[in-house]
Design a protein around this ligand. Structure first.
Ligand code: A2P
Length: 309
């Protein structure tokens, strides 16, 4: 499988470029305690036009200095617009940003870049760098594959663009999005994915609302548990050797997904670095190994793409 050649660091943190905000809309529900926004930059007149690919990130330079008087560091945000640009306009690049608000020892901390971006209004300027990333991409012949996209929270960003790209390219393979969030109010772009599923029989939109939905045994639903709960749909897709898996979001879901894939006994996605356990001892091995031990023993193949944080 061939990944496309993409542009890298047309601009960098020492040489950023000015872009204008054209849209900044909230995409989480009004009743959600979280604030997630879809933010679109106009990069007209810069060398970024038409040269940022979905799966890549752009760098945002928040103005000002930290408490030690040093300029704020650049932060990377995943692009959520399709490769041809938002609404087919190659000068428009979008991202999906959640305000970071944390409490530590009784004090509230606001994430510098996410809150800066969330406060910007159409017409405001922002300094950008990038693009960066050359591995978390759709393959060259993207329409020739099936896809399972696993996302939690704003990990959805690249998959919004990728799914728009795949639909535009006429991909007829199966495309399943497995999205996890805490509450139903935190489903991101549900209308877009619902429409895609309605209009395209090859698209499947599956959600795991961890603090509301329960599995048959009463346990929490997570993106990885969908593999078991939706096995009739997903196993036949995963058994095809032109299926690719993409994982984006919380670090913890990685090993959760590995465990389910190993249980399903599907070849082609994961390899044991040393000897694989016998099938009859697989379950006890999985129970014994901690997440970090499992990660050390497993290697993903070129059919698995990950961006976790
Ligand atoms: P929970 O926090 O209920 O355990 P968000 O970014 O909107 O907070 O969503 C993150 C989602 O990922 C939540 O549903 C969260 O569930 C879930 N999550 C947390 N840990 C894991 C994990 N190890 N594997 C998969 N999903 C996870």
């Amino acid at each position: 499988m061939q990944l496309p050649e993409v542009e890298l660091n047309i601009y960098n943190k020492n040489n950023p470029v000015e872009a204008k905000i054209v849209e900044n809309r909230i995409v989480s529900k009004e009743s959600s305690p979280n604030y997630v926004r879809h933010i679109t930059f106009d990069v007209s007149g810069t060398d970024l036009v038409g040269r940022v690919c979905v799966g890549q990130s752009i760098g945002v330079m928040p103005p000002g200095e930290d408490e030690k008087g040093r300029p704020h560091k650049m932060r990377l945000y995943s692009v959520s617009s399709p490769s041809g640009g938002e609404n087919g306009n190659p000068a428009l690049i979008s991202t999906t940003v959640k305000r970071t608000i944390e409490e530590y020892e009784g004090k509230i901390y606001l994430g510098v870049a996410s809150n800066y971006l969330a406060d910007l209004k159409p017409g405001d300027s922002v300094m950008l760098a990038g693009p960066s990333g050359k591995r978390f991409l759709l393959p060259e012949k993207k329409e020739s594959y099936n896809y399972l996209f696993f996302a939690t929270g704003t990990g959805i960003a690249p998959f919004r663009g990728m799914m728009l790209d795949l639909i535009r390219s006429g991909c007829s393979g199966s495309v399943a999005l497995l999205f996890g969030c805490s509450y139903r109010t935190d489903l991101l772009y549900p209308d877009l994915f619902g429409e895609m599923e309605k209009d395209h029989p090859n698209v499947h939109y599956l959600t795991a609302v961890s603090r509301e939905d329960r599995r048959a045994d009463g346990s929490k639903k997570y993106v990885q548990t969908l593999l078991e709960d939706q096995r009739d749909l997903l196993q036949p897709i995963l058994e095809q050797d032109n299926t690719l898996i993409y994982i984006c979001g919380l670090k913890g879901m990685e090993t959760g997904i590995y465990r389910e894939l190993l249980r399903m006994g599907l070849p082609g996605y994961l390899e044991w670095k040393k000897d694989a356990p016998e099938p009859e001892s697989l379950e006890s091995t999985l129970k014994t190994l901690t997440d970090s031990e499992l990660k050390k023993q497993i290697r993903t193949t070129e059919r698995v793409f990950e961006e976790v944080y």
